[in-house]
Ligand binder design. Structure first.
Ligand SMILES: [Fe+2]
Length: 252
């Protein structure tokens, strides 16, 4: 099992607040059967350049190394907030990709509208760099909840879509999460764990069980397969499914 979205590096973002919590989270990842874990602490681009972020992240990782349980492979990435104007320079920005790959976990704005300009900037980024954005927890944005056909637009543009494991379990989000799954739009699944309370790492195993129970074992396996291609920096061709429709609060 791969966890492609985590906030475990201590003292770095709003995830693990100290090394003890990071150690607990790592043990929980190991216990649930995670084999590869990607550290994706937030990058906002306000305080630091990507180069500075990478330097600090790597220092923290070096210090954590002595506490990393054996039995898991560790990769370094970032969850990169993308506003369209915080992209100083593509070469710099690409330093935030998952190490050794041309895949970058991108978080879109939660509070402001997704303008055409923003989507154009992302399309330009893909075209100019050949990097593939993985849109973090696509199901959690108000924009996508209101207009689920945006998922199709993002895939057409060349993005992969990541869904949080918790969203398959939570009453408020499972409708859209399962609709994305049925339409073939769940390419990556991550815990987005922040500590032992906020999305406990074990949520991944719970989501796997829930998906299997609902008859989506193949879709779970497919997401695992796509993520292993991502981490091997292999090109992934994902089909563009039908746009999801919303009617009377339900997704079809
Ligand atoms: Fe996150």
């Amino acid at each position: 099992m791969i966890d492609i979205h985590t906030h475990i590096l201590p003292h770095f973002d709003d995830g693990a607040k100290d090394t003890e919590i990071a150690k607990e989270m790592l043990q929980a990842e190991l216990a649930q059967g995670t084999k590869t874990l990607v550290f994706t602490s937030h990058y906002y681009g306000r305080k630091h350049s990507p180069a500075r972020y990478v330097e600090q992240r790597n220092e923290i990782f070096e210090r954590l190394k002595q506490h990393l349980p054996e039995g898991m492979e560790y990769r370094l990435g970032a969850e990169v907030h993308f506003t369209g104007i915080n992209v100083p320079d593509y070469d710099e920005f690409c330093k935030l990709a998952i190490d050794g790959t041309k895949y970058i976990l991108v978080e879109f704005p939660f509070t402001s509208k997704w303008t055409w300009e923003l989507l154009d900037k992302l399309a330009d980024f893909i075209y100019d760099t050949g990097y593939t954005p993985i849109i973090a927890h696509v199901e959690r944005y108000k924009e996508v909840m209101e207009k689920p056909s945006l998922a199709t637009e993002l895939v057409e543009m060349g993005c992969l879509l990541q869904v949080n494991a918790e969203s398959f379990l939570d009453k408020g989000t499972k409708g859209l999460a399962f609709a994305l799954l049925k339409h073939g739009y769940v390419h990556c699944i991550g815990s987005d764990t922040h500590d032992m309370e906020m999305r406990n790492p074990g949520v991944l195993q719970e989501a796997k069980a829930a998906l299997e129970k609902e008859g989506f074992a193949d879709e779970w396996a497919r997401a695992q397969e796509i993520m292993s291609h991502v981490l091997a920096d292999e090109k992934v061709a994902v089909p563009v499914g039908k746009p999801i429709k919303k009617f009377l609060g339900k997704y079809f």
